[in-house]
Design a protein. Structure first.
Length: 273
């Protein structure tokens, strides 16, 4: 387990993923009944953008850093921005567990999971003040198996692997059939990297094959998707995409593109809307 998210926190992929996450949770809060969020690959929960790792890559400067001082943000960007703005002013960045915990209401629940033995301790420390968050230390797919469907019968699962393993795409194709069987009505957000050699079309076919309603895909590209040997972009597949979320994200594609100097942003429905 060599991947450390501290090198990448706040980059353009994080902005896209966390912006979508904030919109999904905002939608889920429209109903009073409580819900549960399972963050299967939690990371450490909070990042220092002036720390050694982030300073080495400076990826955040071309991601969340591009929004500093902008006073003309579209409304759809605000659920995300309101959770990061204060941290960013101190050169900090909230990871997905922190972002989620901040957006939940007192009756909602978060299970944030991390497998790395040291990172899970840091995650526990960083999340200590959130009483509605529980930290688990296990394999992500075991964590999902153990917790879906949640008793609340409403909620979201974030799947955000580091893709260090060569067979991660195959694993996801297999695992998603299990999610569909266990909890076909849950909202699942699955993140994937876009590199020319990766089997993204297989992942998309597997997602379509599940037949879950409202399966939607969006991609933010820094470079053309077939450019060899580069991290070309960031993709998301959302199963049971909450109403209005795809439209909200599409509405801010232009803004994201301009602010972060992206090559393209695109989206499509994989199953019926
Ligand atoms: C991309 S990072 C997560 C970032 C986080 N979701 C965020 O948005 O702030 C992926 C994390 O998954 C962890 N990880 C790797 N393999 C795992 C596994 N099999 N189960 C659970 N976590 C794993 C890594 O240690 C890393 O912290």
């Amino acid at each position: 387990m060599n991947y450390r998210h501290a090198y990448h926190a706040g980059n353009f992929a994080d902005v896209m993923k966390h912006m979508a996450l904030a919109l999904c949770l905002t939608y889920l809060k429209k109903k009073e009944t409580p819900f549960c969020v399972i963050d299967a690959h939690g990371g450490i929960g909070h990042y220092n953008l002036l720390g050694d790792e982030a300073s080495k890559t400076k990826e955040w400067q071309d991601g969340v850093g591009r929004f500093m001082g902008d006073e003309d943000m579209p409304g759809e960007f605000l659920p995300y921005w309101m959770q990061v703005e204060d941290d960013l002013a101190r050169y900090q960045y909230p990871g997905s567990p922190t972002l989620i915990a901040r957006l939940l209401r007192p009756g909602d629940r978060l299970i944030a999971n991390e497998l790395h033995p040291e990172d899970v301790l840091t995650l526990e420390k960083n999340m200590a003040s959130f009483t509605h968050a529980r930290i688990t230390h296990m394999d992500a797919y075991e964590c999902i198996r153990a917790h879906v469907p949640p008793p609340e019968k409403r909620g979201l699962v974030l799947i955000d692997p580091p893709f260090e393993k060569k067979d991660e795409f195959d694993t996801l194709c297999t695992q998603m059939t299990e999610w569909q069987k266990r909890w076909p009505t849950g909202v699942y957000m699955l993140w994937y990297p876009i590199k020319s050699h990766l089997p993204i079309s297989e992942l998309v076919s597997a997602a379509m094959g599940l037949g879950i309603h409202r399966t939607w895909q969006c991609e933010c590209l820094k470079y053309p998707s077939d450019q060899p040997d580069t991290f070309n972009g960031s993709g998301l597949i959302i199963f049971n995409a909450p109403f209005t979320v795809p439209e909200s994200i599409q509405n801010i594609f232009g803004y994201l593109k301009t602010q972060m100097g992206l090559y393209d942003c695109r989206s499509s429905w994989l199953t019926s809307a």
